[in-house]
Design a protein around this ligand. Structure first.
Ligand code: SD4
Length: 301
């Protein structure tokens, strides 16, 4: 029943997200339900001092969330700059399924969420508030490479993005992306994660791609769309990701030295590939193959 089913996710916490998504695929469920389950796990369980939705707010001390979801038929939904709603990915799915629109932002997104029965609840933790107060002393916006990676002691959380892609037993693809964005961003800043084609793109005929890192670079390059289009031209997932990274570097060679950009892709056959601008991007794969599923793969860079 799990024939060809597979789920892949960004970063260390991708292991947990995959573990939450896999049972959906294992019982013959849809890729769309699987990626939502994985993203919800991340949104609910990343509450630790180093990473999470309980992570760091924007420069005004406000935690704003971005998320998107897409299936291989081109159905998609997204929310950006959403405040005080714990599961932005599910709000994104509601935008997709219950409105004629693709994206809702800010107060309107929150109003829609509440009308759909999502609970409004303050999310910013004391730890994050304290980190923000500390940050205010310098007020310097300096994103750290691989800040999402939990396995490196001493790393400070700068942002936390889960990108998750799945293929179900029927061969359908879906993806989701959820994040609190870059810490200390300007209030109102929206990254790549909720932008279809930038942080996420899925096409059943070709494959799926998602991104993590400094989102402005993905938006500039319509990067997840680019990765899928490169696969359409015959590139392997890893090759397509590498080519997209080269595009990022060519456009901004100076900036590329200090910021991280990471791509993760899966083609329609379930082959997985990744590439990062700098070392240290890890991703997790889960399928029916025997053996441990908590081993991480490090992307080439
Ligand atoms: C953003 N791409 O908002 C996200 C941040 C990220 O891991 O990936 N963090 O730009």
């Amino acid at each position: 029943a799990t024939n060809g089913a597979r789920v892949v996710s960004t970063w260390d916490f991708g292991v947990g997200a995959n573990a939450a998504a896999w049972p959906v695929l294992a019982r013959g469920g849809s890729a769309l339900d699987a990626v939502e389950a994985g993203a919800r796990w991340a949104e609910a369980n990343l509450c630790n001092p180093t990473v999470g939705r309980c992570g760091n707010p924007d420069r005004d001390g406000v935690l704003t969330l971005d998320a998107s979801i897409m299936d291989g038929d081109g159905r998609c939904g997204a929310v950006a700059a959403l405040e005080d709603i714990a599961h932005p990915v599910s709000v994104a799915r509601a935008v997709m399924e219950k409105t004629p629109h693709v994206m809702l932002v800010g107060a309107g997104a929150q109003q829609f969420a509440v009308a759909q029965g999502f609970e409004k609840t303050p999310l910013l933790t004391d730890t994050a508030r304290a980190a923000w107060r500390e940050w205010l002393k310098t007020s310097e916006y300096a994103p750290q490479i691989n800040a999402e990676r939990q396995s490196r002691p001493g790393d400070k959380t700068n942002h936390d993005t889960l990108g998750i892609l799945a293929r179900d037993a029927q061969g359908r693809l879906a993806g989701a992306c959820t994040t609190s964005g870059m810490a200390w961003k300007l209030h109102g800043r929206v990254g790549d994660s909720p932008i279809i084609g930038a942080g996420l793109y899925v096409d059943n005929e070709v494959g799926a791609a998602t991104a993590s890192g400094v989102g402005e670079e993905m938006v500039r390059n319509a990067a997840s769309f680019l990765v899928v289009e490169l696969m359409r031209q015959g590139r392997s997932p890893a090759d397509a990701c590498r080519e997209a990274i080269e595009r990022v570097v060519r456009k901004r060679p100076e900036a590329s030295r200090t910021l991280q950009v990471c791509f993760l892709a899966m083609n329609k056959d379930g082959d997985v590939g990744a590439f990062a601008l700098h070392r240290g991007f890890v991703y997790a794969v889960h399928d029916a193959a025997p053996g441990p599923h908590d081993r991480l793969h490090e992307a080439a860079s």
